[in-house]
Design a protein. Sequence first.
Length: 102
Amino acid sequence: MTEHWQLVIFITGLVAAWNMILLGVIRTFMSRNSETLEKRMAGLASIAERNQGIERQILELKAELPINYVRKEDFIRHEVVINTKLDRLRDLIEDIREKQNG
């Protein structure tokens, strides 16, 4: 019977030692993974800061764009209106000349 207890104690010790080895390996992997994750998070933070700068530049461009840029269609429409007004003035001037000469 005492031989069985010694065997049980030996196996229990062996299992405990194996568990300690596994825990040590797991702890090592976890510390490496946490370091890697911290580095990645720092990289993501720097990327987020750069993205905020780019986003700010885009918003500034959106604000400046209507001031500095005229769409082609708008320019053509404006030019047509001006040409129409000039044509009317020309017609009026011609009518006035005809009335004075005629």
